[in-house]
Design a binder for this molecule. Structure first.
Ligand code: BES
Ligand code: ZN
Ligand code: ZN
Length: 495
């Protein structure tokens, strides 16, 4: 883990020096260090460094205490926000790692303190996130490991109490996100339903405020949770419904967060095509986000009641798989005719949502899932889809997304959509008839889920795009990003 220190002055023992610069003040170092300034101006002239935000330039000066100096363009002073800080830290971490150096010190914190655009708390939170999220690596299966930065010293010439507290929060949130990333990146021969159970049990053991309950196959059968049972039928792993209960405020209502935990999605009898099949180990991204969120919630000691609910199984193809045309009586008593076995996420979520509503009596339910390719078509990798009928929930989740930049975008949920999942042989079908589930696919999936909420305020988040990305994007590595974890934690921090 990268260690973060706070120092009144720049740390001269660091290997590298990272300096910030605003695009409207490229000659900022003219007074303090004319030699450095000259180098910067020459680099601008030679187009090695520019007035563009996040442009950076690595150089050296005579008698320097450091092995290298990197200048990062932070953009305009007036545009400064938390994301600028996260991204500029990701540039610093990567540049220092590229040079195989172990530590850096930076004045960026101190520059920001002086311009007073961000609160000390926002600086602490986002700088820690930028450093810890960018330092993440998934190289456990590689013989040759990549270089990793060990220590960062931040310059902060003031009282550091608020900064320190926020930094601790940022570290907790980022490590929780890194756990979510690990779970998504691990292959499905490691992360299967029993592994998910093991991780949850370990989490509950470490945190005395967290209580765990696991419904195994027998209990699911006893409760007639046939949505989860049917999807799991084709595989050898037995399904589970895992409940992680965190009660830390007797005067408050309960929020249940429900995450799809399909540890591998073959599509079942409606087998998926070859392209993209390898990525389907990520279909437990919702469950991973719940596990990361619960870890952070415990460590942040939030004064709330939050219950993680994880239905987990595999969607496999075999002689015992559930089939198109099967009619399944769900946990809430409604019947569903299967029109596509690849629309399995909604089947397991439906029972889990009923459980959160009926058994747990949660007043708010937020489900999170890698639910539809249609949502990826709509929003790409840049935002998760958000569906709810509750304006407050939409607005609070939207704000949490904007602040964390683990973003969500609301999709319409018009009355006209609400009968698209009605069946003729059963109460519901699991695939909309319009365009074979492809027309408004993310929304009709949401319509299906909404039929299983009776009392709670409910929101659905489709993370199919952002959860797993093909190329790295600043502090998000390629593959598992941990999407959903920071979104939910920021949501709880503000509520
Ligand atoms: N797990 C997939 C959705 C998915 C696709 C997530 C790509 C991440 C990347 C889900 O179970 C699924 O297969 N959905 C179908 C629904 C369709 C049959 C209505 C889809 O999106 O095609
Ligand atoms: Zn599927
Ligand atoms: Zn799936």
């Amino acid at each position: 883990m990268t260690k973060i220190n706070i120092k009144k002055e720049l740390e001269t023992k660091s290997d590298s020096l990272i300096l910030g610069l605003f695009e409207d003040e490229l000659n900022y170092y003219e007074q303090v260090n004319p030699e450095l300034d000259k180098k910067i101006q020459l680099a601008v002239k030679r187009k090695k460094f520019s007035t563009k935000k996040y442009s950076y330039y690595t150089t050296q000066i005579t008698n320097s205490a450091y092995e290298s100096i990197t200048v990062i363009n932070l953009g305009k002073k007036t545009d400064m926000d938390m994301e600028t800080l996260r991204v500029s830290m990701s540039i610093a971490v990567k540049e220092v790692n590229k040079q195989k150096l172990d530590s850096f010190t930076t004045n960026i914190t101190d520059i920001l303190r002086e311009i007073k655009k961000l609160s000390d708390a926002d600086i602490g939170l986002s700088i820690a996130e930028g450093i810890i999220l960018s330092s993440y690596k998934f190289d456990k299966y590689l013989k040759t490991k990549n270089h990793s930065l060990k220590e960062v010293s931040l310059q902060w010439n003031d009282k550091d109490t608020i900064l320190k507290k926020a930094m601790t929060q940022g570290i907790i949130i980022s490590e929780a996100t890194n756990l979510t990333r690990d779970l998504v990146n691990e292959p499905s021969n490691v992360v299967n339903p029993s592994y998910i159970e093991k991780i949850c049990r370990e989490l509950a053991k470490k945190n005395s405020k967290l209580k765990i309950k696991v419904l195994g196959k027998k209990e699911l059968q006893a409760k007639k949770m046939n949505g989860i049972l049917s999807v799991s039928n084709g595989g050898n792993e037995s399904p589970r419904l895992i409940i992680l209960e965190y009660n830390n405020n007797p005067r408050q209502n309960k929020t249940a967060i429900v995450g799809k935990g399909v540890t591998f999605d073959t599509g079942g009898i409606n087998l998926k095509p070859e392209a993209g099949l390898i990525d389907m180990k990520m279909d437990m991204g919702g469950a991973a986000a719940i596990i990361g969120t619960m870890k952070a919630v415990c460590e942040l000691d939030l004064k709330q009641n939050i219950i993680g609910v994880i239905p987990t199984c595999e969607n496999m193809i075999s002689g015992t798989s559930y089939k198109p045309g099967d009619i399944i009586t769900m946990y809430n008593g409604s019947t569903v005719e299967i029109h596509n076995t690849d629309a399995e996420g909604r089947m397991i979520l439906a029972d889990a949502i009923t459980y959160a509503d009926k058994d747990l009596k949660a007043s708010t339910i937020i489900d999170i899932a890698t639910l539809t390719g249609a949502c990826m078509v709509a929003l790409g990798y840049e935002a998760s889809g958000l569906i709810s009928k509750d304006e407050n929930l939409i607005s609070n989740l939207f704000s949490a997304g904007e602040r964390s930049k683990d973003r969500v975008w609301p999709l319409p949920f018009y009355d006209e959509y609400q009968n698209k999942m009605d069946g003729d042989l059963s109460d519901y079908i699991n695939l909309s008839r319009e365009g074979n589930g492809k027309l408004a696919g993310a929304i009709t999936a949401g319509v299906f889920l909404s039929k299983f909420v009776k009392n709670a305020n409910w929101a659905h988040i489709d993370i199919a795009g952002p959860a797993y990305i093909p190329t790295e994007k600043s502090y998000n590595p390629k593959y598992g990003t941990g999407a959903g974890t920071r979104l939910l934690v920021y949501y709880f921090l503000n509520n």
